[in-house]
Design a protein around this ligand. Structure first.
Ligand code: N7H
Length: 563
């Protein structure tokens, strides 16, 4: 898997990247494109591991006082992936990947279904006509991701002493150089339609996304490929890579083996609105304190308003900004826990130490059911949902932040504007991308079956309305015209179902007849007191700007396409 698969990150390894560019393209001359493919070298998962190893080794040498073998490590890593239209153009029309969604839909077809509430960027909208679907002459055919990282081993040592955290070399230059090389290589055979650039945040925020939370902590560990860290969720290889154990699609065509599906989404984050919402509501910390008001009154010292705001934000995410899970640190942040990879995934949301709370039932005593990381990976829903079903929904995430840091001037201007006339927020957020062998089991299930589903996680025999995921939630708009959709969102941005509706929640693993079952029943609505999603006047803080589904071929398959 490691040397054949091009997934740039498998289970739990941090990607060696400081900067990443996604070049979205159309293939203009398929034969010439295939000739160029001969000289295109995608980076294998094994290469990524070797790169990380060489950085660690050089740093170790410096630590021991030896001269490192290399003084500057420049990494340029590439991944190529194709949309369904792109595969067709390459001559694979009629050849199915086996992923029915990918074979029959572009992400644009699923815009409403995924709950994307606002207009997309023209790059991802290109030529889409609601009645006819994607315009063949405009559709994106593929993407090349270029991830760069430039590290000076010696300067890193000096930085350790003087605490200088700025990157001394520009990863952007390497990225631009790599883009130019690609443009020369593919020449007139392609039309690069748009570039979307991501960059890790500077200094101590390097591993944080724009709301300030450490990202990339929890990844599935692939059985037989890597050693799991304590508590890390383990999945069979076929959940992530096509053609192995637990691949939900039986009898895939041979060319898909070692490939994977990638879902890309550009997600805008309203950082100032988030900060404001969290700090305003943080003062109410006693209302959502584990154990209730009585326990909150006994806490000594009580939380400051700032700590209350941090707790409020942490209950939205399921982790503190440091990465510490609130399931283990429910009241105050614990940065040592957040930074310790051997402990920061060692939990499964069971509550074992509270009298009156059953350790054998899902409980939201410490962590709300709606917290983003719990919605997307509930870890344990015994006895209601099988572990096998939860495992089958795993994705490998490889997101990177984009956009500038918030400046003091921007913050001041935003804060001083009246509530009804806030200036639009600067374009910044997350270039989300993830991998799994099957879109409906992974990305799509997490978005629609989990994030946008008020009734997930299943916590009893009768569905209970917990609410939307406050980070990625947002129900599909109602109505058919643009105006109707907008009106429905403005009127009720958080309600997908009405009180008293009948719901069916399908817990079926495709291709598996043993563990299929459906929970259905009448809704019992519960007040959303725990960590209520933003209200009508404060819509969701993450807005999708568009994206696409891509198939990432294995290196041998890619080479077999080259002329
Ligand atoms: Fe999420 N955030 O900063 O709030 N996410 N996410 N995500 N996310 C996670 O464990 C975030 C998005 C998952 O195993 C953390 O790495 C933001 C989408 C999954 O415990 C944080 C955005 C989807 C996990 C964030 C965003 C997911 C996860 C905790 C968009 C899937 C692992 C750190 C702007 C469709 C859960 C960590 C587990 C964790 C944030 C998007 C899925 C901090 C800001 C679109 C599976």
């Amino acid at each position: 898997i490691r040397s054949r698969g091009v997934v740039p990150l498998i289970g739990g390894e941090r990607p060696a990247k400081s900067s990443e560019r996604f070049v979205f393209f159309r293939i203009e001359d398929p034969s010439a494109f295939k000739v160029a493919l001969r000289d295109f070298k995608p980076t294998s998962a094994k290469d990524v591991q070797t790169n990380i190893f060489s950085i660690c080794k050089a740093r170790q040498e410096v630590k021991l006082g030896n001269k490192p073998a290399v003084e500057r490590i420049k990494l340029k890593q590439y991944l190529i992936a194709f949309s369904r239209k792109g595969l067709d153009v390459l001559g694979l029309e009629g050849k199915k990947t086996g992923d029915v969604r990918f074979d029959t839909h572009s992400m644009r077809d699923d815009k409403d279904y995924l709950g994307d509430q606002r207009d997309w960027l023209p790059l991802f909208e290109q030529g889409f006509k609601p009645e006819q679907g994607i315009d063949e002459k405009q559709a994106l055919h593929g993407v090349i991701a270029i991830a760069t990282d430039s590290k000076s081993v010696l300067i890193w040592k000096i930085r350790q002493y003087i605490g200088l955290l700025k990157t001394p070399f520009s990863d952007d230059e390497d990225r631009d150089e790599a883009t130019n090389d690609l443009k020369t290589l593919f020449g007139k055979s392609w039309d690069p339609r748009g570039e979307v650039d991501g960059k890790v945040r500077p200094g101590e925020n390097r591993h944080n996304e724009h709301f300030g939370f450490k990202d990339g902590i929890s990844q599935p560990s692939v059985r037989g490929v890597n050693h799991p860290l304590p508590g890390q969720i383990q999945v069979d290889p076929g959940v992530i890579i096509m053609g192995y154990d637990s691949d939900p699609v039986p009898n895939r065509e041979a060319w898909t083996k070692d490939g994977t599906m990638m879902a890309f989404k550009k997600l805008h984050q309203s950082v100032l609105s988030w900060d404001d919402y969290v700090s305003t509501n943080g003062q109410r910390w006693k209302e959502f304190f584990p154990g209730g008001q009585e326990a909150a009154n006994k806490l000594y010292p009580p939380l400051t308003n700032e700590e209350g705001a941090q707790l409020f934000g942490a209950r939205f995410v399921g982790r503190w900004q440091s990465g510490a899970p609130i399931a283990l640190a429910p009241i105050r942040d614990d940065p040592d826990l957040g930074n310790d990879p051997k402990r920061n995934n060692k939990f499964d949301y069971s509550v074992r130490d509270v009298p009156g709370v059953s350790p054998h039932e899902p409980s939201d005593y410490y962590c709300p059911f709606t917290a983003h990381s719990r919605k997307t990976v509930p870890r344990n829903l015994d006895p209601y949902v099988s572990r096998q079903y939860l495992e089958s929904g795993a994705i490998v995430r490889a997101a990177i932040a984009y956009g500038p840091e918030v400046t003091d001037d921007e913050r001041k201007a935003w804060q001083s504007a009246p509530a009804t006339k806030k200036p639009p927020e600067v374009e910044r957020g997350l270039l989300f991308n993830c991998y799994s062998s099957h879109l409906d089991s992974g990305f799509v299930r997490q978005s629609t079956g989990y994030g946008n589903n008020d009734y997930f996680p299943i916590t009893g025999l009768i569905p209970v309305k917990h609410g939307q995921d406050p980070i990625i939630g947002g129900p599909p708009p109602k109505g058919s015209s643009k105006e109707e959709k907008k009106a429905s969102l403005d009127a009720a941005p958080t309600n997908q179902f009405q009180d008293g509706d009948e719901v069916d929640i399908d817990l079926k693993i495709p291709g598996d007849t043993l563990s299929c079952y459906t929970v259905s029943g009448q809704i019992s609505v519960r007040p959303l007191t725990q960590a209520a999603p933003p209200g009508a006047d404060n819509p969701f803080f993450v807005t999708s700007q568009g994206g696409e589904y891509f198939f990432v071929p294995s290196i041998p398959t890619l080479k077999s396409w080259a002329n």
